[in-house]
Design a protein around this ligand. Structure first.
Ligand code: SF4
Ligand code: SF4
Length: 445
């Protein structure tokens, strides 16, 4: 059995170094594009503001200790938890984006959240996430363990294997969000994994699904600071990680494919050492599809209707997964994750691809749903989503086809952009790139 290592390592010297470096630089590059600055209008919500606060919270303190007595818990809750951990401030900040940097801004904010949680400071709404995962392996309200079983049954009907019964090298990790909304009419996410199953089954019969044994990856608990066990009725990141690793080891899984960037980032980055010990590789479905296309294993034909699309880059995919790989000296992430979706969409006849000026790829604006913001600060998250949806809509208006849609590669972004478009009175659709590729496979000759 692989034990989950203590995730809060001794990184405080690096945190203090980064905070000091920010005080000296004080450049403010992270300010204006921070979605929380746009939303609240206060610098204390930005990376620079948070780092200034951290400097004061850490004054005279060693190791993982914060000087909390002089600060209002309500202010700390808002300033540290009203942040999507979108990573724009990682990308734009010299001390954070340096490949030699031992700690990035978003990692610092996660560490501070974990300490605040230990001290009882967190949004009350987050408790439901912890309880949901403990009881139903899923943070979404109303979710049940049977949701994943039902999704798996459908995918097995489409040609995938049952990873609990059959020996498989790879699994398609469905993820809590997709499973919870698989049958939703407002947010029909079930099509994402059905398309994934269609693509993967067309080339590789050795991919399975876990069904009701699939745990939550625990990413949301890491982002919201619930890293270690606090309460017997709440789950923690460490509990999820241990359960997942036990399961993967028992089933001798060698590759995890997921269409959820949150799960992909969690497995690739937060479980990195343990996954390496078990010899398990994590890939996002986008990478897998680009790989299959590049090697000629699948080919794409005409999309059934002429459609103009633009691509929304999920933060967890580009500024976390791809960036993490890039910082490790692995260009694979950029080639497959950032350029890959564009290459795929441009290769499909009948699809016209439009790029959002400036704010795409590493510079993409956040949709607002990440890191617990949508759960604890829904109205603010939706406002961020509306700003991004309007930007994507503007881009689509310049396209030539009557049918226009936003394409993304994340179930979280998918939900938020759909909700935001509705609020804006728009009837444009949102697709996952797997759905587009799934349709185009049928047109291949
Ligand atoms: S992670 Fe995103 S939302 Fe949070 S401070 Fe940085 S830019 Fe702002
Ligand atoms: S970009 Fe980095 S160094 Fe500059 S103010 Fe923001 S956090 Fe500080």
């Amino acid at each position: 059995m692989i034990e989950a290592e203590a995730v809060t390592e001794d990184i405080w010297a690096e945190v203090d170094k980064s905070v000091e470096s920010c005080s000296l630089t004080h450049c403010g590059f992270c300010t204006f594009e921070c979605p929380m600055y746009k939303e609240f209008g206060f610098e204390s919500y930005t990376s620079r503001g948070k780092k200034l606060l951290i400097k004061n919270l850490r004054k005279g303190r060693d190791e993982d200790i914060l000087n909390l007595s002089e600060f209002s818990p309500n202010d700390l809750e808002k300033e540290f938890f009203a942040c999507t951990l979108c990573g724009y401030c990682d990308f734009i900040c010299a001390p954070s984006s340096d490949s030699q940097a031992a700690v990035r801004n978003t990692q610092i904010f996660e560490e501070i959240r974990a300490l605040l949680v230990e001290n009882g400071i967190f949004p009350e709404e987050d408790v439901e996430l912890c309880k949901g995962i403990k009881n139903h392996f899923n943070p979404w309200k109303g979710a049940r363990r049977t949701d994943k079983k039902n999704v798996a049954k459908e995918l097995i009907g489409l040609g995938m294997k049952d990873a609990e019964k059959d020996s498989v090298n790879s699994i398609l990790y469905v993820g809590c969000t997709t499973a919870s909304f698989a049958k939703s009419t407002d947010f029909p996410l079930g099509n994402i994994v059905k398309s994934a199953a269609k693509i993967l089954s067309s080339v590789d019969q050795d991919v399975g699904v876990l069904g009701k044994e699939e745990m939550c990856c625990g990413g949301i608990l890491k982002r919201t600071g619930f890293v270690t066990a606090h309460n017997p009725h709440w789950s923690s990141f460490e509990e999820c990680m241990t359960k997942n690793l036990d399961l993967f080891e028992r089933l001798e899984i060698q590759e995890i494919i997921t269409a959820c960037p949150g799960c992909a980032k969690t497995f690739a980055e937060d479980y990195k050492d343990e996954m390496e010990d078990l010899g398990i590789k994590t890939v996002h479905l986008v990478e897998k599809m680009v790989e299959l296309l590049d090697e000629g294993t699948i080919s794409l034909g005409e999309f059934p209707i002429p459609m103009t699309v633009t691509f929304h880059d999920p933060c967890h995919l580009v500024r976390h997964l791809a960036r993490f790989r890039q910082l490790e000296g692995n260009e694979y992430g950029v080639e497959k994750v950032v350029e890959g979706p564009r290459k795929v969409l441009k290769a499909i006849p009948n699809i016209e691809f439009m790029e959002v000026p400036i704010y795409h790829g590493f510079r993409s604006h956040c949709c607002g749903s990440g890191a617990g913001l949508n759960n604890a600060f829904h109205e603010n998250a939706l406002n961020v989503g509306k700003r991004r949806a309007a930007e994507l809509e503007d881009c689509l208006e310049k396209g030539n086809h009557e049918e226009k849609a936003i394409v993304t590669a994340c179930p979280f972004c998918n939900i938020m952009l759909r909700e935001a478009l509705r609020q804006l009175g728009s009837e444009k659709n949102v697709y996952d790139i797997a759905e587009i590729v799934g349709e185009a496979l049928d047109g291949a000759v």
